[in-house]
Write a protein that binds this ligand. Structure first.
Ligand SMILES: NC(=O)c1ccc[n+]([C@@H]2O[C@H](COP(=O)([O-])OP(=O)(O)OC[C@H]3O[C@@H](n4cnc5c(N)ncnc54)[C@H](OP(=O)(O)O)[C@@H]3O)[C@@H](O)[C@H]2O)c1
Length: 278
């Protein structure tokens, strides 16, 4: 199978390239190689790849707070980009794998969100990612949209890397404990999508996260224990750290649709974080 990974220099993109290359022929395309906002750039880059089977779109505008002041940029990359890719993939025809987010939900629910639950983003990043989903669904059938969340990995700015540094350098920490979600290693996402294309699960939208749920405070405490750090860590409300973009409180994704396809479940977040850190 030949797979093109777009946004290959991003946090998830780099792990997708590494993991998919173990079993498939992979063409890694950075933003300089392919700009998703430009249909000509898409055509030029993708039409050169012989026997292309799958396009994995890891390109996105991911600055959640930045999207509040730059919504046009966010929508250009997160809505028009996927639309352009879907049109090319439909015409050629090639399977498209795309990533979306738990931020399509408003977070007011009291249980984990399933794929059927109504969407209602509360920030512009979430709205732009939702628009990208809709653009793909309206354009082509042969697609997978994986809504994932709370990603961390080796290659990028993320909560785990930030907290690791803060635990090393600060005398105490105040960490939000009223947002709950599923902390997920980008490597596990990459392994799961490799399995998904190999076992040809039905096309459609799936939630994809590690097992179990936690608050950012829970994650930080687990990290402190693992790293042998004993500074005071205080749980605080999101209102302690006002941000330009509001965050949903209940970010939990119900991933049973995906695991019901018989793909192996990603183990519990704390087990995966332990492997990542140690
Ligand atoms: N990170 C999370 O916690 C999280 C949670 C839920 C869902 N997701 C989704 O997961 C996917 C991957 O996220 P990530 O954290 O890996 O993002 P990331 O590290 O920010 O990577 C995104 C990549 O897209 C590239 N890009 C930006 N504009 C582009 C364009 N016009 N054409 C081509 N490439 C472009 C970026 O290049 P430059 O850096 O050079 O601009 C960057 O390499 C995204 O769809 C994101 O919405 C992420």
């Amino acid at each position: 199978m030949t797979i093109a990974v777009i946004g290959s220099q991003g946090m998830l993109g780099r792990d997708c390239v590494e993991v998919l290359s173990q079993s498939h022929s992979v063409v890694a395309l950075s933003k300089a190689d392919l700009d998703v906002t430009d249909p000509l750039s898409i055509h030029t880059a993708l039409s050169q790849i012989p026997d292309l089977d799958v396009v994995v779109n890891c390109a996105a505008y991911t600055d959640v707070d930045g999207a509040e002041s730059r919504p046009d940029t966010a929508f250009l990359i997160n809505e028009t980009g996927p639309l352009n890719l879907a049109q090319w993939c439909k015409d050629h025809p090639v399977t498209l794998i795309h990533f979306s987010t738990d931020y399509v939900f408003d977070g007011t629910g009291t249980t984990p969100y399933s794929e059927q639950d109504p969407v209602s983003p509360i920030n512009r990043y979430g709205a732009s990612k939702l628009a990208g989903e809709v653009a793909i669904r309206n354009t082509m059938d042969r697609h997978y949209i994986f809504r994932t969340q709370w990603l961390y990995g080796l290659h990028g700015n993320n909560f785990v890397q930030t907290i690791r540094e803060l635990l090393r350098t600060k005398p105490e920490l105040h960490i939000v404990n009223d947002q709950i979600g599923g902390l997920t290693w980008t490597r596990d996402v990459a392994v799961t999508i490799r399995r998904a294309v190999q076992s040809t699960i039905p096309y459609g939208t799936y939630h994809l996260a590690a097992s179990g749920y936690a608050s950012w405070y829970d994650v930080t405490r687990h990290m402190a224990t693992l790293l042998g750090v004993s500074i005071p860590i205080h749980p605080v409300s999101s209102t302690t750290f006002p941000r330009p973009a509001p965050r949903p409180h209940n970010c939990r994704l119900n991933c049973e649709k995906l695991w019901g396809t018989r793909l192996p479940r990603i183990p519990h977040w704390d087990e995966r974080l332990t492997e990542f850190l140690l």
